[in-house]
Design a protein around this ligand. Sequence first.
Ligand code: FMN
Length: 240
Amino acid sequence: MASSANEPPSADGVPAPGLVAELLRAHPPMIRDLPGFDPDHVPHRPGPLFAEWLAIAVGSGVLDPHAMTLSTVEADGRPDARVLILRGVDEERGGWVFAADAQTPKGRQLAAVPAAALSVYWPLLGRQVRVRGAVEQAPAEVSAAEFRARSLGGRIAGLVGGESRPMGSMDEYDAAVTEAARRLHADPGLVAPGHTVYTLWAREVEFWQGHQSRRHIRLLYRRPAPDPADSAWTRTLLWP
Ligand SMILES: Cc1cc2nc3c(=O)[nH]c(=O)nc-3n(C[C@H](O)[C@H](O)[C@H](O)COP(=O)(O)O)c2cc1C
Protein backbone atom coordinates (compact mmCIF):
# COMPACT_ATOMS: atom_id res chain seq x y z
CA MET A 1 0.00 0.00 0.00
CA ALA A 2 1.24 3.52 -0.74
CA SER A 3 2.20 5.52 2.33
CA SER A 4 -0.30 8.06 3.63
CA ALA A 5 -0.26 11.54 2.11
CA ASN A 6 0.74 12.90 5.52
CA GLU A 7 3.75 10.60 5.88
CA PRO A 8 7.22 11.42 4.55
CA PRO A 9 8.61 9.45 1.57
CA SER A 10 10.19 6.08 2.27
CA ALA A 11 13.48 6.02 4.22
CA ASP A 12 15.65 5.76 1.09
CA GLY A 13 14.21 9.10 -0.07
CA VAL A 14 12.40 7.58 -3.02
CA PRO A 15 8.69 8.40 -2.95
CA ALA A 16 6.55 5.28 -2.63
CA PRO A 17 4.69 4.35 -5.81
CA GLY A 18 1.42 6.22 -5.99
CA LEU A 19 2.45 8.81 -3.41
CA VAL A 20 2.26 11.72 -5.81
CA ALA A 21 -1.22 10.80 -6.98
CA GLU A 22 -2.29 10.33 -3.37
CA LEU A 23 -0.81 13.69 -2.34
CA LEU A 24 -2.65 15.41 -5.17
CA ARG A 25 -5.96 13.77 -4.31
CA ALA A 26 -5.56 14.59 -0.61
CA HIS A 27 -5.31 18.32 -1.30
CA PRO A 28 -8.35 19.56 -3.18
CA PRO A 29 -7.92 23.26 -3.89
CA MET A 30 -9.71 26.14 -2.19
CA ILE A 31 -11.38 24.24 0.65
CA ARG A 32 -11.52 27.28 2.91
CA ASP A 33 -13.52 30.46 3.36
CA LEU A 34 -12.90 32.73 0.41
CA PRO A 35 -13.94 36.33 -0.17
CA GLY A 36 -16.96 37.22 -2.24
CA PHE A 37 -16.89 39.09 -5.54
CA ASP A 38 -19.77 41.06 -7.03
CA PRO A 39 -19.10 41.35 -10.78
CA ASP A 40 -22.01 43.81 -11.13
CA HIS A 41 -20.23 46.42 -9.04
CA VAL A 42 -16.79 46.82 -10.55
CA PRO A 43 -14.85 49.68 -12.14
CA HIS A 44 -15.15 50.35 -15.88
CA ARG A 45 -11.49 49.48 -16.35
CA PRO A 46 -9.54 46.46 -15.14
CA GLY A 47 -6.59 48.45 -13.72
CA PRO A 48 -8.40 49.84 -10.66
CA LEU A 49 -9.96 46.44 -9.92
CA PHE A 50 -6.53 44.82 -10.11
CA ALA A 51 -5.16 47.48 -7.75
CA GLU A 52 -8.02 46.77 -5.33
CA TRP A 53 -7.44 43.00 -5.44
CA LEU A 54 -3.67 43.47 -5.03
CA ALA A 55 -4.19 45.70 -1.99
CA ILE A 56 -6.48 43.06 -0.46
CA ALA A 57 -3.89 40.37 -1.19
CA VAL A 58 -1.19 42.43 0.53
CA GLY A 59 -3.47 43.18 3.49
CA SER A 60 -4.42 39.50 3.80
CA GLY A 61 -0.82 38.40 4.12
CA VAL A 62 -0.50 36.68 0.73
CA LEU A 63 3.20 35.89 0.32
CA ASP A 64 4.90 37.56 -2.65
CA PRO A 65 1.62 38.96 -3.97
CA HIS A 66 3.51 40.71 -6.77
CA ALA A 67 4.99 37.47 -8.15
CA MET A 68 3.37 36.68 -11.50
CA THR A 69 3.93 34.12 -14.23
CA LEU A 70 5.01 35.71 -17.51
CA SER A 71 4.29 33.54 -20.53
CA THR A 72 5.99 34.24 -23.83
CA VAL A 73 6.55 32.41 -27.10
CA GLU A 74 9.61 31.73 -29.19
CA ALA A 75 9.67 32.90 -32.81
CA ASP A 76 8.77 29.32 -33.84
CA GLY A 77 5.74 29.29 -31.54
CA ARG A 78 7.17 27.22 -28.65
CA PRO A 79 5.78 28.56 -25.37
CA ASP A 80 7.80 29.45 -22.27
CA ALA A 81 6.89 30.75 -18.82
CA ARG A 82 8.55 31.92 -15.64
CA VAL A 83 7.75 33.88 -12.48
CA LEU A 84 8.75 37.49 -12.16
CA ILE A 85 7.93 40.49 -10.05
CA LEU A 86 5.30 42.98 -11.11
CA ARG A 87 6.89 46.45 -11.00
CA GLY A 88 3.82 48.61 -11.53
CA VAL A 89 0.39 49.01 -13.06
CA ASP A 90 -0.81 51.86 -15.26
CA GLU A 91 -4.36 51.74 -13.94
CA GLU A 92 -5.77 54.31 -16.34
CA ARG A 93 -4.29 52.92 -19.54
CA GLY A 94 -4.27 49.22 -18.66
CA GLY A 95 -0.53 48.56 -18.57
CA TRP A 96 1.24 45.93 -16.46
CA VAL A 97 4.94 46.72 -15.95
CA PHE A 98 7.81 44.30 -15.39
CA ALA A 99 11.57 44.36 -15.90
CA ALA A 100 14.04 41.85 -17.28
CA ASP A 101 17.37 41.55 -19.05
CA ALA A 102 16.81 41.82 -22.80
CA GLN A 103 19.58 39.25 -23.41
CA THR A 104 17.80 36.47 -21.51
CA PRO A 105 15.53 33.92 -23.19
CA LYS A 106 12.45 35.90 -22.19
CA GLY A 107 13.98 39.11 -23.53
CA ARG A 108 14.83 37.46 -26.84
CA GLN A 109 11.36 35.92 -27.04
CA LEU A 110 9.76 39.32 -26.45
CA ALA A 111 11.96 40.86 -29.13
CA ALA A 112 10.81 38.19 -31.61
CA VAL A 113 7.16 38.10 -30.55
CA PRO A 114 6.22 41.25 -28.58
CA ALA A 115 3.17 39.77 -26.90
CA ALA A 116 2.69 37.95 -23.61
CA ALA A 117 0.38 36.75 -20.89
CA LEU A 118 0.73 37.41 -17.18
CA SER A 119 -1.07 35.34 -14.58
CA VAL A 120 -1.18 35.50 -10.83
CA TYR A 121 -2.86 33.28 -8.24
CA TRP A 122 -3.35 34.41 -4.66
CA PRO A 123 -4.09 31.12 -2.82
CA LEU A 124 -5.30 32.66 0.44
CA LEU A 125 -8.04 34.44 -1.49
CA GLY A 126 -8.66 31.87 -4.21
CA ARG A 127 -8.19 34.64 -6.75
CA GLN A 128 -6.56 34.48 -10.15
CA VAL A 129 -5.95 37.35 -12.58
CA ARG A 130 -4.92 36.76 -16.22
CA VAL A 131 -3.67 39.53 -18.48
CA ARG A 132 -2.91 39.24 -22.23
CA GLY A 133 -1.69 41.76 -24.73
CA ALA A 134 1.12 43.37 -26.65
CA VAL A 135 4.41 44.13 -24.92
CA GLU A 136 6.31 47.39 -25.37
CA GLN A 137 9.85 48.23 -24.28
CA ALA A 138 10.36 51.43 -22.30
CA PRO A 139 12.91 53.98 -23.56
CA ALA A 140 16.47 53.32 -22.35
CA GLU A 141 16.41 56.23 -19.90
CA VAL A 142 13.27 54.88 -18.21
CA SER A 143 14.86 51.44 -17.83
CA ALA A 144 18.05 53.02 -16.47
CA ALA A 145 16.11 55.08 -13.91
CA GLU A 146 14.21 51.99 -12.79
CA PHE A 147 17.51 50.14 -12.34
CA ARG A 148 19.10 52.95 -10.35
CA ALA A 149 16.06 53.07 -8.04
CA ARG A 150 16.57 49.42 -7.05
CA SER A 151 18.04 48.19 -3.78
CA LEU A 152 21.81 47.66 -3.65
CA GLY A 153 21.29 43.89 -3.73
CA GLY A 154 18.99 44.18 -6.74
CA ARG A 155 21.51 46.29 -8.65
CA ILE A 156 24.37 43.93 -7.82
CA ALA A 157 22.30 40.96 -9.01
CA GLY A 158 21.43 42.83 -12.19
CA LEU A 159 25.07 43.69 -12.89
CA VAL A 160 26.18 40.10 -12.40
CA GLY A 161 24.37 39.27 -15.62
CA GLY A 162 24.72 35.93 -17.40
CA GLU A 163 21.17 34.92 -16.43
CA SER A 164 20.06 31.58 -17.87
CA ARG A 165 23.50 30.69 -19.25
CA PRO A 166 25.30 27.52 -18.06
CA MET A 167 27.57 28.05 -15.01
CA GLY A 168 30.39 25.86 -13.69
CA SER A 169 29.78 26.28 -9.96
CA MET A 170 28.30 28.66 -7.40
CA ASP A 171 31.88 29.85 -6.72
CA GLU A 172 31.81 31.51 -10.15
CA TYR A 173 28.61 33.28 -9.18
CA ASP A 174 30.00 34.41 -5.80
CA ALA A 175 33.10 35.85 -7.53
CA ALA A 176 30.88 37.68 -10.04
CA VAL A 177 28.83 39.16 -7.19
CA THR A 178 32.00 40.40 -5.46
CA GLU A 179 33.18 41.97 -8.71
CA ALA A 180 29.77 43.58 -9.41
CA ALA A 181 29.68 45.02 -5.88
CA ARG A 182 33.17 46.46 -6.38
CA ARG A 183 32.18 48.06 -9.69
CA LEU A 184 29.00 49.51 -8.22
CA HIS A 185 30.89 50.92 -5.26
CA ALA A 186 33.31 52.63 -7.66
CA ASP A 187 30.47 53.92 -9.88
CA PRO A 188 27.07 53.99 -8.10
CA GLY A 189 25.30 55.12 -11.28
CA LEU A 190 26.10 51.91 -13.18
CA VAL A 191 23.22 50.27 -15.03
CA ALA A 192 23.17 46.67 -16.24
CA PRO A 193 23.44 46.91 -20.05
CA GLY A 194 20.45 44.69 -20.88
CA HIS A 195 18.15 45.94 -18.15
CA THR A 196 14.80 46.69 -19.73
CA VAL A 197 11.42 47.80 -18.45
CA TYR A 198 8.48 46.33 -20.36
CA THR A 199 4.79 47.20 -20.35
CA LEU A 200 2.17 44.65 -21.26
CA TRP A 201 -0.73 46.66 -22.69
CA ALA A 202 -3.74 44.55 -21.87
CA ARG A 203 -6.30 43.58 -24.48
CA GLU A 204 -7.92 41.11 -22.07
CA VAL A 205 -7.95 40.89 -18.29
CA GLU A 206 -9.81 38.14 -16.51
CA PHE A 207 -10.65 38.21 -12.81
CA TRP A 208 -11.41 34.80 -11.32
CA GLN A 209 -12.84 34.39 -7.86
CA GLY A 210 -12.74 30.80 -6.64
CA HIS A 211 -15.51 29.28 -4.53
CA GLN A 212 -15.44 26.28 -2.17
CA SER A 213 -18.34 24.66 -4.03
CA ARG A 214 -16.98 25.47 -7.47
CA ARG A 215 -19.39 28.39 -7.97
CA HIS A 216 -16.41 30.30 -9.31
CA ILE A 217 -16.94 33.76 -10.77
CA ARG A 218 -15.10 34.82 -13.93
CA LEU A 219 -15.23 38.34 -15.25
CA LEU A 220 -13.47 39.19 -18.52
CA TYR A 221 -12.57 42.75 -19.50
CA ARG A 222 -11.74 43.17 -23.16
CA ARG A 223 -10.97 46.09 -25.43
CA PRO A 224 -10.95 45.88 -29.19
CA ALA A 225 -7.82 47.88 -29.92
CA PRO A 226 -4.30 47.58 -28.54
CA ASP A 227 -4.19 51.36 -28.23
CA PRO A 228 -3.51 52.03 -24.54
CA ALA A 229 -5.42 55.28 -24.79
CA ASP A 230 -8.53 53.32 -25.74
CA SER A 231 -10.71 52.98 -22.70
CA ALA A 232 -13.60 51.20 -24.40
CA TRP A 233 -13.53 48.13 -22.19
CA THR A 234 -16.37 45.62 -22.34
CA ARG A 235 -17.14 43.27 -19.47
CA THR A 236 -18.40 39.71 -19.87
CA LEU A 237 -19.20 37.00 -17.32
CA LEU A 238 -17.75 33.63 -18.32
CA TRP A 239 -19.00 30.18 -17.44
CA PRO A 240 -16.70 28.76 -14.80
C1 FMN B 1 9.46 34.94 -6.90
C2 FMN B 1 10.33 35.14 -8.12
C3 FMN B 1 10.57 36.42 -8.59
C4 FMN B 1 11.34 36.62 -9.73
N1 FMN B 1 11.48 37.88 -10.22
C5 FMN B 1 12.12 38.08 -11.40
C6 FMN B 1 12.12 39.38 -12.01
O1 FMN B 1 11.52 40.36 -11.52
N2 FMN B 1 12.78 39.53 -13.19
C7 FMN B 1 13.42 38.47 -13.78
O2 FMN B 1 14.04 38.68 -14.85
N3 FMN B 1 13.44 37.23 -13.23
C8 FMN B 1 12.77 37.01 -12.06
N4 FMN B 1 12.73 35.75 -11.50
C9 FMN B 1 13.51 34.66 -12.15
C10 FMN B 1 12.72 34.11 -13.36
O3 FMN B 1 11.66 33.28 -12.92
C11 FMN B 1 13.62 33.29 -14.31
O4 FMN B 1 14.21 32.22 -13.63
C12 FMN B 1 14.73 34.12 -14.94
O5 FMN B 1 14.30 35.44 -15.21
C13 FMN B 1 15.20 33.48 -16.25
O6 FMN B 1 14.12 33.39 -17.15
P1 FMN B 1 14.33 33.13 -18.73
O7 FMN B 1 15.41 32.10 -18.83
O8 FMN B 1 13.01 32.62 -19.20
O9 FMN B 1 14.69 34.43 -19.34
C14 FMN B 1 11.96 35.51 -10.38
C15 FMN B 1 11.71 34.21 -9.89
C16 FMN B 1 10.90 34.03 -8.79
C17 FMN B 1 10.60 32.61 -8.32
